[in-house]
Structures are given as C-alpha cells and as structure tokens.
Design a binder for this molecule. Structure first.
Ligand SMILES: NC(=O)C1=CN([C@@H]2O[C@H](COP(=O)(O)OP(=O)(O)OC[C@H]3O[C@@H](n4cnc5c(N)ncnc54)[C@H](OP(=O)(O)O)[C@@H]3O)[C@@H](O)[C@H]2O)C=CC1
Ligand SMILES: O=C(CO)[C@H](O)[C@H](O)COP(=O)(O)O
Length: 469
C-alpha cells in the first residue's frame, strides 16, 4: 500500500485554531491523520503551512472521503463550536460510520449535551466521547492537557494516540480518562471556571495598581514576572507578565492600554456556576468572575454611570507588593478548593468516581491553569475529610489570608472593585465560623413561611411563636 493510500489512524474535522494545531501535533508524533473542514478552501493553505508534516496528512474535501480515509474502527475528532453545530455534524456523519467507531467532541461542550448525545448514540454502537482539551493553540500544537470522558473501550483505542500528543509533566502524560459520558467535559468546564476566576483576580490586582496607585502596565508586568519566579509560578502569571509589557506598534504605548475593557465569554465559566448551584455547591469566586465579565460587557451603562455616579476611586496603597502576591495566592487556593469541591459533588451525583488528585495531576502541564499551587492541592486531595482542612491547605490559607484581607479592605476603602478577591475572602471567613448567622434566616423563613427550624438543644423540626404576623 502506498503512503498516499495508507489509512489514517484518526481524523480531525475542523481546521480552526485548535483543530489545525492538533492535526500538526498528531502528524509530528508520526500519527497519520485525515483532515477536513466545513469550508474545504481552508485545507490547501493549511497543508502548505504544515510543510513536511503534510506527508502524514490525508486531506478530504467531503465527509464521505474523510470517513473512507480512516482505518477501522474509525476515530473521528470534531474540533468545532459545540452546541447546534455538533448536533448537525453528528446527524451528517453517523450514517457514514459503523458500530465500534469512535466520535470525539473535543470542543468545549456543555456536559449535559454530552450526556444526551452519549445516550442518543448508544443504540448505534458508536462510542461517543466528550473530551476536554486545554492549553490554547500552543498547547494543542505542542502538548495539551486532555480530559477524556467516555467508554473504557474507546479509551483503550484512544490512549496510545492521546498519550503521544499530550503535555508531559516530568515525563508523565497529562491525559486521562476521567470517567464516562459527560465527565471529561464537566472537568474541562470546571477547569475553565477556575481559569475565569484566576484571570479575574489577576485583572483586579492590575486594576488596583493602575487606577489606585497609578502604575503603568510595564511596571505591573514586571511585578507579575517577579511573582512568576515564586509560589505563583504558573501559565496565567506568565501570560499576564508578557501581555502587560507588550507594546502596540501603532502607538508605541502598552498594547493592553489600547484594548477595549469588554471580556468575551463562550459559556464554560457560566456553566461552572450553573452546575455548582444545581449541585448545592459554592463557586463564589468563579461566580464573581462571571459577573465581572457581564459588567465588563455593559460598556454603555458603565460610561453613563461613571458620569452620574462618579468613579469615586480613591488611591490604593500598594502596600508591600508581597501583600498583593499573597492575596493572589490565597485567592487562587480558594478557587482551586471551590472547583474541586464542585468536581467531588458532581462525581457523587453522577456516580463518576472521579480521581480528583489524578485530575489535578493532569493539570500540571499543558493546560491554562497549570501552576505551582496545584502541588499542595494534590497533597490535600489525597487525604480523607473536608478538602479545606486537609494538610497543607489550612496553614497555607492562614499564612496568606491576612494580606488578602488588607488588599480587599484597601480596595473597598478606595472604591475600587475586587469582586473575586472579596468572594474568596467571604468564603474563608464563612467556613471558619462554627456558628454563623443563618439561624436568623431560619427564623425569618419560619416567620413568613412556617418552614420550621432545628433547635440547638432539642431534635426535630420546630416552629416559633413569632407574635403578630
Ligand atoms: N481557542 C481555544 O483556546 C480553545 C478552544 N476550544 C474549543 O475548541 C473548539 C474550536 O475552537 P477554535 O479552534 O478556537 O475555533 P475556530 O473559530 O478557530 O475554528 C472553528 C472551526 O469550527 C468550524 N465550524 C464552525 N462552525 C461550524 C459548523 N456550524 N459546522 C461545522 N464546522 C463548523 C470552522 O469551520 P470553517 O473554517 O468552515 O468556519 C473551524 O474549522 C470550540 O469548541 C472551542 O470552545 C477548546 C480549548 C481551547
Ligand atoms: O477553553 C479555553 C481555554 O481553556 C478557551 O480558550 C476558551 O475559549 C476560554 O473560554 P472563554 O472564551 O469563555 O474565555
């Protein structure tokens, strides 16, 4: 069989940012890959850009040619927007496939859709696999972190391929089958929720230094570069340092100063919060980050409100910069704890038996939220009992929360917004009080709705005699 006729081991549908990078990664690892795209005009220029790696690729203009190019059982990986496009593509490709074939949705999908598709495709004998891929374009090209959800038999076929293209942490591939059906997409969704929170807390610290202390972007970038050499070492710290020092060729000014302050969002942060609420879990830092993106999009309102309500921002004393660093350490730890508590709750709810420490381990390289603070978390996840109290988290939190409090207090005093940092502090202060204030909420509920309450001194449900109502 000639090289041109040799069947491909996997097919990639969708040659956008992520799909083309994954195809190049596969080809570089010596994996023969079929490629196609909705708009087939993209294929020839992509092959040109692929250079020598094009020799490992089998281009296909039509879905039928694409499927015919694959070795059996076929592995088809979609890297397209999820939701309606994915449903439409499944309707087209399923009739061309046979029992035992594997269809991967590697985009950022709502795990509820993944569970539904898994159910709907079960009678066809196809293995539908929901796969989270993290690392952006560079990660997909040179080694992403990969979270697979699907059947064990699909994993047996996928593992040899995915372990070759995944990132490696000290030699260990950052890929795992985390569970069945929607587990991979759920884990990726929470990963992105953590990503949102981390980015928001970083942006809040940038805002404090810019608006409250008058620091220019490159100076703030240098601070983040310094932090990247310490406990905050991680991809988002590094990205922040690099973006803040980048210059706009058009103006010679920091590029970040020329960018509109409206953050996009495609859904994963919001889904993390929605699912946390459904599971009865607190994801307050992530929720604050989603809120902040919503407010950022309300540019018109903010413009008018600045005129009517006045910015009112006082100055923020950057304190020793070490306090800001420690505040971010505390916030990042709280976010990780909230994310993993949500994963634990989902694992129970959906009987996934997630290996939480294993998930943290595959986030150590390749993914957007890779950071040194995953290491103490992995230690804590290996222990029984409540995660916030597992060694070494209490000591780490206690060591960093006083600076977080000083930063939040300073920001609040100056009228500068720090919703995510404040949410992290609110969580900390709430969980460390044996007796909170919800006894009053119970009294109010009983007053207006006869909902009943538990007493501290006798079992059962009680009602109060609240007098005239
Ligand atoms: N960018 C990132 O950092 C990451 C993205 N993801 C996820 O990966 C997926 C792809 O993202 P990305 O590569 O960034 O996106 P791009 O916009 O760069 O590429 C989108 C791809 O999907 C195809 N496509 C779009 N709409 C349809 C449709 N209705 N039917 C079939 N194909 C369609 C496009 O085809 P055409 O060329 O014809 O328009 C293109 O090949 C998304 O689910 C995204 O959430 C996951 C991790 C990181
Ligand atoms: O999955 C990703 C990173 O992990 C993608 O970059 C995703 O697009 C980020 O989410 P959003 O666009 O909502 O900021």
């Amino acid at each position: 069989m000639s090289q041109a006729q040799e069947p491909a081991q996997i097919g990639i549908y969708g040659l956008g940012t992520m799909g083309s990078a994954l195809a190049l990664n596969l080809a570089e690892q010596g994996i023969r890959v079929a490629i196609t795209n909705r708009d087939s005009d993209w294929i020839a220029p992509f092959l040109d850009r692929a250079g020598a790696l094009a020799g490992q690729m089998v281009p296909a203009d039509t879905l039928a040619e694409f499927v015919a190019a694959l070795a059996s059982p076929r592995i088809v990986l979609f890297m397209i927007p999820s939701g309606a496009p994915m449903d439409a593509m499944l309707a087209e490709i399923v009739p061309l496939l046979a029992p035992g074939d594997i269809v991967i949705d590697a985009g950022n999908a709502d795990f509820n859709d993944t569970r539904r598709r898994t159910r709907e495709l079960a009678p066809t004998g196809l293995h539908f696999t929901g796969m989270g891929v993290s690392g952006g374009e560079a990660g997909a090209r040179h080694g992403p972190s990969i979270m697979v959800g699907g059947s064990k038999s699909a994993w047996t076929a996928l593992e040899p391929i995915l372990t070759r293209i995944a990132a490696r942490y000290e030699g260990t591939p950052c890929v795992a089958r985390v569970g069945p059906d929607g587990a991979g997409h759920f884990v990726k969704t929470v990963h992105n929720g953590i990503e949102y929170a981390d980015m928001q807390m970083i942006a809040e610290i940038y805002g404090l230094l810019r608006d409250g202390a008058g620091w220019e972007a490159p100076r703030i970038g240098a601070l983040f570069a310094d932090w990247d050499r310490g406990p905050l070492h991680g991809f988002l710290t590094e990205v922040t340092a690099k973006t803040l020092v980048a210059r706009d060729p058009a103006t010679g000014r920091p590029l970040v100063d020329a960018i509109c302050d409206r953050a996009g969002q495609k859904g994963t942060g919001r889904w993390t919060v929605i699912e946390a609420l459904k599971l009865g879990q607190a994801a307050g830092v992530i929720g604050a980050a989603v809120d902040a993106r919503v407010w950022s999009a309300q540019a018109g309102l903010r413009q008018c409100a600045e005129e009517r309500l006045s910015p009112g921002a006082g100055s923020f004393d950057p304190l020793p910069a070490g306090a800001l660093e420690q505040a971010l350490i505390a916030g990042r730890l709280v976010t990780l704890v909230q994310g993993f508590e949500e994963l634990a709750a989902a694992s129970g709810e959906f009987s996934w038996e997630l290996d939480l420490a294993g998930i943290a381990r595959i986030w150590r390289a390749g993914c957007i939220i890779r950071s040194d603070l995953l290491h103490p978390l992995i230690g804590a996840l290996g222990q029984a009992g409540p995660l916030p109290l597992a060694h070494p988290l209490p000591a780490l939190l206690a060591a960093n929360v006083a600076p977080l409090r000083r930063v939040v207090a300073g920001a609040v005093g100056a009228g500068l917004p720090v919703p995510a940092l404040a949410a992290a502090l609110g969580w900390y202060d709430s969980i460390r009080r044996a007796r909170g204030s919800a006894n009053l909420i119970q009294a109010q509920r009983d007053f207006f709705g006869a909902h009943g309450f538990a007493r501290i001194d006798s079992p059962g449900s009680h009602h109060g005699d609240w007098g005239e109502r």
